[in-house]
Write a protein that binds this ligand. Structure first.
Ligand code: NAI
Length: 328
């Protein structure tokens, strides 16, 4: 089976090539081009293509892929909001995803951000490098015996809840579907979670109902000195209103792996651009904010799991097997 791998980065080859040895029936060609209508025709002669979060897998792209003989679209990620699922079904194209490849990878980054903003690790790192051993601006708080509020207690939220419990925190959660594996989590309403938590970590998906769920109204319900972490999707937070909340001195710290403006610049080097109108740049002007570039999934284990499941998905698709990973 011939697989064309779009938007390939060096780390993709490094994670897929070793796993490929366990799938002798598959060959992969890696290309740097992003999948979109202009590049879909490159898939002529391939059985399947592999794409990522930033691809355009809309109706036009799918129609070209179909015309070129592609019957399987493999998303190497959990989300598929960029895929026109109905069109794929109409064309008879199978679409498979990789759900929950490593919840701990994302949860560990969430705790890393919480610790970094609490203890100002980024500031401490730079100070000591400049021979400044003073403690000015570095005071934090203990997490031990504080309250962690987990919004969305699915796979990643559950992993974060377990980490917080390991820190000796009281853990409260908000979810429409309480997770039966989390007997130590006390479920509360969102308003109660906002009012009681010292650390709030967002782990619910981006839906119409969760868009901008963190806004100035919800921020005002939070405790003063709260830490907010978002490793889920940028648009859960209204960035302008977050800035307003930071200005009101609400937050001890804010850690973001995802932010509203990331679409279109995921994993690109934009260091030569002047981001004068960027709200992300405005956020970065605050000393208690730390932003990372959507790296929650970026661990050896998560990348290997993504490669393994993606290639297994192709084998299943070719055998005509439908699994829980099928979305079309
Ligand atoms: P999941 O589907 O296992 O869990 C999501 C949970 O959120 C479910 O329990 C669901 O009931 C709950 N939920 C839905 N609507 C809610 C609402 N309005 N309020 C509270 N809870 C609600 O998903 P998983 O695997 O835990 O992923 C969570 C999110 O993490 C994904 O949607 C994705 O946006 C993000 N993610 C981020 C990555 C990164 O690299 N930073 C990597 C992978 C996922």
């Amino acid at each position: 089976m011939r697989l064309l791998f779009y938007a390939a980065k060096i780390y993709d080859r490094k994670s897929f090539d070793p796993v490929l040895e366990r799938f002798p029936g598959i060959t992969i060609d890696y290309i740097e081009h992003e999948l979109e209508p202009r590049t879909a025709a490159l898939a002529e002669g391939y059985d399947a293509i592999c794409a990522f979060v930033s691809a355009d897998v809309g109706a036009e792209t799918l129609a070209i892929l179909k015309e070129k003989g592609v019957s399987v679209v493999l998303m190497r990620c959990a989300g598929y909001n960029n895929v026109d699922v109905e069109k794929a079904k109409e064309l008879g194209i199978t679409v498979k995803i990789v759900p929950g490849y490593s919840p701990e990878a994302v949860a560990e980054l969430a705790m890393g951000l919480a610790l970094a903003v609490n203890r100002r690790l980024y500031k401490a790192y730079n100070k000591v490098r400049e021979n400044d051993y003073s403690l000015k601006g570095l005071r934090g708080v203990n997490f031990y015996h504080k309250t962690a509020g987990i919004v969305g207690t699915g796979k990643i939220g559950a992993a974060m809840a377990r980490i917080c419990r390991g820190f000796g925190m009281r853990v409260i959660g908000y979810d429409m579907y309480p997770n039966p594996s989390l007997d130590f989590v006390e479920y509360v309403s969102l308003d109660e979670l906002l009012a009681q938590s010292d650390l709030i970590s967002l782990h619910c998906p981006l839906l119409d109902s969760t868009y901008h769920m963190i806004n100035i109204e919800s921020i005002k319900k939070m405790k003063d000195g709260v830490i907010l972490v978002n490793t889920s999707r940028g648009a859960l937070v209204d960035t302008d209103e977050l800035i307003e909340g930071i200005r009101l001195n609400k937050f001890l710290g804010v850690g973001l792996d995802v932010y509203e403006e990331e679409t279109g610049n995921v994993y690109e080097d934009r260091s030569d651009e002047i981001m004068a109108h960027s709200v992300t740049a405005r956020l970065l002007s605050f000393p208690n904010v730390m932003i990372t570039s959507h790296q929650g999934f970026y661990t050896m284990e998560a990348l290997e799991a993504i490669a393994e499941t993606t290639l297994k998905n192709l084998t299943d698709a070719k055998a005509g097997e439908r699994t829980g990973n099928d979305v079309a």
